[in-house]
Design a binder for this molecule. Structure first.
Ligand code: GCU
Length: 329
């Protein structure tokens, strides 16, 4: 009888110690920052990413998502990631360009003909080159997320490019973005994302520029109800991990480094789907809230492109070559 009992005990203990996936406590907890709120496509995709990682590491690694800029503005998060204080984050290309100036090429206005063109580029060799090129500063790029096209919106009616002249427009903390806006005859002010609503309300700025979901999610439509659909920038988002965090992941299991990249890419496909739905929803919500949309006509679009031409003329040889390849993709 005693023998039988002993065998049962051995089997039960063996069963539980072999089943790592049932371990209650993660061996590693990583902090992931996003400056958007719950419900926003990038945050929902980050939650999905966390679930994939939990499932595929058998619960050994947990990703804790911190939305709403609770860990700081994008620039603050970036600085903390470089020193290993925050493990992962989702950044706008507009913020990243300030740290990785070579990304500026991807930020050029009217670089892509449409969203499909952008994804052909980002899903191909050029996208991989930039994603994997974001190393050497303590952080590594894992996957692209969609962020649609950015347009201007203002407190006062906007008929065409000339209406922007003399206005004070908020831009991301990115010098090339300031330059772009100044080429249109407006004055650029760099303000963190979370402070734009109050800057609009306090009349510190006349307008800003962003994609439709951000415009509505941040209530900017309440303060700046004139939306000029010029779609000047298409700035994707990038999911990043710090080199420090990547080493911790590898210490648990070296194969998890690639697993993270794979999960991030999968969450990227999920985010793209959510993005398209959210763009439509945001447009309807903006319309219902009384926003006036202006679509530039052909002449106006030509004038916009012409005003921004110096940005293309100032490119170096290598950048020109990449722009040409993008055009042919
Ligand atoms: C988008 C992007 C944010 C970014 C913001 C901005 O909303 O998703 O990450 O901070 O643009 O204009 O600052």
């Amino acid at each position: 009888m005693k023998k039988v009992l002993l065998i049962v005990v051995i089997i039960v203990v063996g069963f539980f110690s072999c089943r790592k996936e049932e371990s209650k406590y993660p061996e590693l907890v990583l902090r992931y920052a996003d400056n958007q709120s719950s419900g926003y496509p990038t945050v929902e995709a980050a939650k999905y990413l966390a679930s994939l990682i939990k499932e595929r590491t058998g619960g050994r690694i947990e990703l804790r998502i911190y939305p709403d800029s609770v860990l700081g503005s994008e620039i603050d998060v970036m600085k903390q990631m470089v020193y290993g204080g925050i493990d992962m984050s989702r950044f706008s290309l507009g913020t990243l360009s300030q740290f990785f100036p070579e990304l500026w090429t991807l930020q050029l206005p009217y670089l892509y003909s449409d969203s499909e063109h952008m994804w052909r580029v980002l899903d191909g060799e050029i996208g991989d080159m930039y994603l994997h090129g974001m190393v050497g500063k303590g952080i590594v790029g894992l996957a692209w997320y969609d962020a649609g096209a950015r347009s201007f919106y203002t407190r006062t009616p906007i008929a065409n490019i000339n209406s922007l002249k003399g206005l004070t427009i908020r831009v991301q903390e990115n010098d090339m973005m300031s330059r772009t806006i100044e080429l249109l005859g407006a004055k650029a002010v760099q303000i963190p994302y979370g402070d734009v609503y109050s800057a609009l309300q306090k009349l510190r700025i006349d307008g800003a520029e962003n994609n439709l979901p951000s415009y509505v999610f941040m209530d900017h439509n309440q303060a700046a109800p004139y939306f000029y659909q010029d779609e000047h920038f298409r700035l994707p988002e990038v999911v990043m991990i710090s080199v420090d965090a990547q080493k911790k992941v590898a210490a648990i299991d070296p194969s998890y480094v690639e697993l993270f990249a794979e999960c991030a890419r999968e969450s990227g496909l999920y985010e793209r789907k959510l993005w398209l739905e959210e763009e439509k929803r945001a447009f309807d919500e903006a319309l219902q809230s009384g926003v006036t949309f202006t679509v530039p006509d052909e002449d106006d679009l030509l004038a916009l492109r012409k005003a921004m031409e110096p940005l293309y003329q100032e490119l170096g040889e290598r950048e020109r070559e990449i722009v040409e390849r993008i055009g042919n993709t």
